[in-house]
Design a protein around this ligand. Structure first.
Ligand code: ARG
Length: 458
């Protein structure tokens, strides 16, 4: 017998049951559902809508249902569609007809919204915490590499040397923005929809403030149509998650490149790599690749949900049941990525000599030669031209700038002196960028300090 069967003269077609049921995935919400129902029923007692004795029995019944679910003694049934009606049915089985009083002054529409708010609020905290662990792992590695010079790239062409610690700090900075976005969104997640009823409020003299404080919500939806039809908080989460995944994906792309034989800048720990079924020599960065790949489904979940919502009239529509799988999937995808990237970053071996070798065998100090000429009063544009010629001269002779003799340098500009060798030295080149946000060791130390402070504040 369906909980809503009264108006019907026939049983539902089996395919309809299967098509409309959400229990296979929304059973993840069972804890939130019981917590929400318990608060609701306590409020019904406080307001005199149910007797205290009834409240006690219903709460005891919900507790029993909770224990049975925990001990896997219940089987959810698609005939009862979703987690909300499954739990109500189990309650009625437990305590009889009295269980039917639980749904007084409530609709599944405000109930499901409540469960989603409770669920996401919990998951947001977990994701914020996991992101902070990753940030810390990156900060620690940055601290270890304040003297490790590597090529910095633009267009994936060697550009100017940077510290490896500096490169990692760019990701710490991105993650900080992600964390701030997630924290900010918490304000909009932590708002109570329960009490909205189906769409128009309820005829019972309920106390929403009481439920809000029991469940530690910071606010209450002021308009009930909005309360039951709002899924912005989910879209906002999916959007913040997409941006976070973009950052993780870019980091992973770099891990893949850096660990290739061609770059050979890092070696990922064996525990975080996999082998090939045919090629015995292979060690593949599968985890990094998968994080990069799974970014696609996180974007898909965002676009999917935006599309579900865009044409819906107020208030609740069954389409909104489609808010769940994408959100669960995104939460689980983020969990997996963050939980794995943190130890991967902490355990990666950095091949400092390889990185340094890469910078000494290229022209990434060319800008510095131009800057040097500027200090000798040559206009920058002219200096650029002179150095371009010098680079070409070197390429034709298979040399680098530091291989040129002073005489050769004089062929390009008589203003070049012995001190040019010091100016083009790789460590000097890095440390010369001693401006706020620059790659000089002193600046990177300051960045680490700045973000260490922010991480503490998160
Ligand atoms: N399973 C539904 C969902 O997830 C619960 C709300 C159903 N409300 C309704 N009026 N059919 O959206």
């Amino acid at each position: 017998m369906k909980l809503w069967g009264g108006r019907f003269t026939k049983p539902t077609n089996q395919l309809v049951d299967e098509y409309t049921a959400s229990i296979s995935f929304d059973q993840r919400l069972w804890r939130q559902d019981i917590v929400g129902s318990s608060a609701h029923v306590a409020m019904l007692g406080k307001c005199g809508i149910l007797s205290m004795d009834e409240v006690r029995q219903i709460i005891a019944g919900l507790k029993k249902v909770k224990e049975k679910i925990e001990q896997k003694q219940v089987q959810f049934d698609i005939a009862h569609e979703d987690i909300h009606m499954n739990i109500e049915k189990l309650l009625i089985e437990e305590i009889g007809a009295l269980g039917g009083k639980l749904h007084t002054g409530r609709s599944r529409n405000d109930q499901v919204a409540l469960d989603m708010h409770l669920y996401l609020r919990e998951k947001l905290m977990e994701i914020i915490e996991l992101s902070m662990y990753l940030q810390q792992a990156l900060l620690d590695q940055a601290q270890n590499h304040l003297e490790t010079v590597m090529p910095g790239y633009t267009h994936l062409q060697r550009a100017q040397p940077v510290l490896f610690g500096y490169h990692l700090m760019a990701y710490v900075s991105m993650l900080q923005r992600d964390l701030e976005r997630m924290q900010d969104s918490f304000k909009r997640v932590n708002i109570l929809p329960l009490g909205a009823g189906a769409l128009a409020g309820t005829t019972f003299p309920i106390d929403r403030q009481f439920v809000a404080s029991m469940l530690q919500f910071d606010g209450i939806y002021q308009n009930s149509m909005d309360a039951v039809s709002d899924r912005d908080f989910i879209i906002e989460f999916l959007s913040n998650a997409s941006l976070l995944m973009t950052h993780l994906s870019r980091l992973c792309e770099e891990l893949v490149i850096w660990s290739s034989q061609e770059f050979s800048f890092i070696e990922l720990d064996d525990a975080f790599c996999t082998g090939s079924s045919i090629m015995p020599q292979k060690k593949n960065p599968d985890v990094a690749e998968l994080v990069r790949g799974k970014t696609g489904r996180v974007y898909g979940n965002l676009i999917g949900m935006l599309t579900v919502l865009k044409g819906l009239p107020l208030a609740y529509n069954k389409d909104m049941q489609e808010d769940k799988e994408g959100m669960f999937d995104t939460v689980e995808t983020l969990h997996g990525a963050l939980a794995l990237l943190t130890p991967m970053i902490s355990t990666m071996q950095v091949k400092t000599e390889q990185m340094r070798k890469a910078v000494t065998q290229d022209f990434s100090n060319a800008t510095d030669l131009a800057d040097y000429l500027v200090t000798k009063q040559i206009p920058f544009r002219q200096a650029h031209e002179i150095v371009g010629k010098a680079v070409l001269y070197c390429i034709e002779r298979q040399k680098y700038l530091l291989d040129l003799t002073l005489e050769e340098f004089h062929g390009f500009s008589p203003l070049i002196d012995q001190d040019v060798y010091q100016a083009l030295d790789i460590d000097a080149v890095v440390n010369a960028r001693n401006v706020l946000g620059g790659t000089a060791k002193q600046q990177v130390e300051q960045q680490i300090q700045f973000y260490q402070q922010q991480v503490k504040g998160n």
